[in-house]
Design a protein around this ligand. Structure first.
Ligand code: MN
Length: 348
């Protein structure tokens, strides 16, 4: 469903003006999209003359910090431990993603959620939700709101918002209804597309060269359990101590169709899921894999077609390796059932 920009913007304005002071909150370790969204919302609030702060729990990611430097942007001050009139979360679906900032969100007099993921727990107590899972990024949603409210965007800010869109749309390979429209408005505001793409290229290269990432990938590859389903669908399952999302992505880049990477965390296991275009074309989506894992091992999870995530609660006798083994044992059968059913349905 398309967002009604006029009414969403009017409601945001109304809540902000009534609030007095607003806390803008990103998810933990804010990535480019989350940080850019936070900065655009901050710009909207400045335009409305509303005092505000920007809380990025555990600080922005390294890439997001580098983007601030590249475009010479100073984020607004972090939030304090007090009760705000309005809290706005950007790019976050559930309470776990807010970390220590959850208290700020829950204690605020009113709450708003601006996001492009499938709605999670945060939306339940929100007074305003500007959410559309078909959008490629939260940045594009905030840009459309800024545009509706006629908040001007300076070239540096416009560039970082474009960076948010470019990053989350995987350089415009996964786009939604507003992706190009928002990008166009940013270009009109002076966003430097060339510099944005150069930043992405350089930072992608840096990430590839990171020593701990290279070790994680090679270790994960050496522990790989490979299964096969539906003739040509390759299922790869492994476990690792960190970098699980990058490992899963690189498994798909190297030829896996379903990549599942288990990592052990304090609060349990995090399972990162990536699938290939070939798998999606056979009805095997990351969200279905996430649902299967949650069904078999408990916890919560979800995702889109090509990327998904599951949080599995800790069990006393289980290690990340055990969980990876258990998934590797059952998953190819499930993938086979999904794709056989799908292909049979497609033939009808
Ligand atoms: Mn995002």
């Amino acid at each position: 469903m398309r967002i009604d920009w006029a009414s969403s913007a009017a409601r945001l304005r109304e809540l902000a003006l009534k609030a007095g002071e607003v806390a803008v909150i990103t998810h933990r370790n804010a990535d480019l999209d989350a940080l850019a969204s936070g900065l655009i919302v901050s710009r909207i609030l400045s335009h409305l003359g509303v005092e505000h702060c920007l809380e990025a729990p555990e600080g922005p990611s390294r890439q997001a910090r580098e983007a601030l430097k590249e475009f010479s942007l100073e984020p607004p001050p972090p939030c304090g431990d007090k009760r705000y009139g309005l809290a706005i979360t950007v790019d976050s679906t559930n309470s776990k993603q807010l970390g220590s900032a959850l208290r700020i969100y829950l204690s605020a007099a009113s709450r708003a959620v601006i996001d492009h993921h499938e709605p999670g727990g945060l939306i339940e107590s929100a007074d305003l939700a500007v959410v559309d899972p078909s959008a490629a990024s939260t940045s594009e949603i905030t840009v459309m709101l800024a545009s509706e409210l006629r908040a001007p965007m300076e070239p540096g800010l416009a560039s970082i918002a474009l960076l948010g869109i470019v990053a989350d749309s995987r350089r415009f390979t996964m786009v939604g209804d507003y992706t190009f429209e928002a990008a166009q408005r940013l270009i009109e505001s002076g966003a430097d597309y060339g510099r944005v793409m150069e930043f992405m290229r350089k930072s992608g290269q840096q990430a590839q060269e990171d020593l701990s990432l290279r070790i994680a990938k090679l270790k994960a590859f050496s522990r790989l359990k490979l299964g096969r389903a539906c003739n040509d669908i390759l299922v790869a399952v492994t476990h690792i101590g960190s970098h699980e999302a990058s490992v899963a992505r690189s498994l798909v880049a190297e030829g896996a169709d379903v990549a599942v990477v288990v990592v052990e965390r304090k609060e349990g296991y995090r399972v990162s899921i990536r699938v290939s275009q070939r798998a999606v074309a056979s009805g095997v989506t990351a969200s279905k894999i996430a649902a299967f894992i949650v069904d078999k091992f408990g916890g919560e999870g979800g995702g889109h077609d090509m990327a998904g995530m599951a949080h599995v609660p800790p069990a006393v006798s289980v290690t990340a390796e055990d969980l990876a083994n258990a998934i590797a044992e059952r998953l190819p059968g499930k993938v086979g059932r999904i794709c056989v059913e799908y292909r049979a349905g497609a033939q009808k």
